[in-house]
Design a protein. Structure first.
Length: 83
């Protein structure tokens, strides 16, 4: 199964990326995921279910430890993904 994760971390800072946002992006960029897209207001990545779920676990733990007060995420099964 293939999954797509979309996430944001808060609090926002429009002048400089907060530490928790940088950490979250580093986790996703270092994971073995496809189609990684990071931006100032949202981030997405795709990959196999195990890889996405492992990355989400690390993302939540590390972003919260780095000062995130809220992490919003959505995980979707990608149409046509292998079972």
């Amino acid at each position: 199964m293939r999954l797509r994760v979309e996430f944001t971390t808060e609090p926002f800072d429009l002048d400089e990326a907060p530490t928790h946002a940088v950490v979250a992006r580093e986790v996703i960029q270092a994971a073995e995921l496809d189609a990684v897209d990071v931006g100032p207001f949202g981030n997405t990545a795709e990959g196999g279910a195990d890889q996405v779920l492992t990355a989400v676990d690390s993302l939540l733990r590390r972003a919260l430890a780095a000062g995130a007060t809220r992490v919003s995420l959505q995980v979707n099964v990608i149409e046509g993904g292998a079972p």
